[in-house]
Design a protein around this ligand. Sequence first.
Ligand SMILES: NC(=O)c1ccc[n+]([C@@H]2O[C@H](COP(=O)([O-])OP(=O)(O)OC[C@H]3O[C@@H](n4cnc5c(N)ncnc54)[C@H](OP(=O)(O)O)[C@@H]3O)[C@@H](O)[C@H]2O)c1
Length: 274
Amino acid sequence: MEYVNAHGARIPALGFGVFRMSDAEVEAVIGAALDAGFRHFDTAQIYGNEAALGRALKSAGARREDLFLTTKVWVDKYAKGPFAASVDESLEKLGVDRVDLLLLHWPADKVPVAEQVALINEVQAAGRTRFIGVSNQNAAQLRESVAISPAPIVTNQIELHPYIDNAKIVATARELGVAITAYYAMADGAVPKDAVLQKIGAAYGKSAAQVALRWLIQQGFIALSKTANPGRVAENFDVFDFTLSAADMAAIAGLSRPDGRIVSPPDLAPDWDV
Ligand SMILES: NC(=O)c1ccc[n+]([C@@H]2O[C@H](COP(=O)([O-])OP(=O)(O)OC[C@H]3O[C@@H](n4cnc5c(N)ncnc54)[C@H](OP(=O)(O)O)[C@@H]3O)[C@@H](O)[C@H]2O)c1
């Protein structure tokens, strides 16, 4: 495993995400994820599976101190009182005293970013999470968050895969010392079928999915991988024994296109940086 260091946080560079997974799917795949080597797990209040993840990790015998656990607070909890209560509920469901990383899931537009950042700092100060971060923030929001947050913002979790050009937010995060966590690495299923990525992978004996995960990690990002298919878990973890050439890195970046963004819910998303 490689790690990404940000403001004292040592984050495993590959995490297992459980978005769009039923409780039964989570419970069926977590043992395989642990066996493959995953120790970083990413969930969210809105995924509805924090309790299943907590149960599955416990029943598989995972040691808490070996895990890096992330959850995210949903936008309807962005208010004094409900925010902290929702985090307490998340911890109870996960069966832990604190998470390693807590994120503001989406900026939305109803509650000013400054208030959101104040709320997450309160729960961090109360010991409910080791580190805090944000998700889906644009460059201006990230600058504001970093400027006003007493505790460091360790990551911005954003959509990132070969088809999306996120150069501006990536450059801003780098300038601010904020790690980028990449979600939708498979571009919702398009990556594994991509002929260019398959061809690049063939030269290394790797699949297109492995190439995309490696491409993210090799840029210093944290990559999230989700599969409900236990047969694919080991494939997705097996990305630490090869290095993509500079030419291949550039060829993969060349797949980006203006309409490459997939996730942009109108009531949640900010004005994306172009
Ligand atoms: N912060 C946010 O707003 C946000 C938004 C979205 C996602 N996320 C996080 O990012 C994680 C990943 O995103 P995602 O799961 O939505 O999308 P994704 O990584 O693009 O994955 C899409 C699909 O690719 C398939 N897949 C995975 N590995 C494969 C392989 N080796 N070969 C072929 N197909 C493969 C999976 O289907 P199977 O299950 O059938 O294998 C999966 O459903 C989530 O679980 C979540 O933790 C965060």
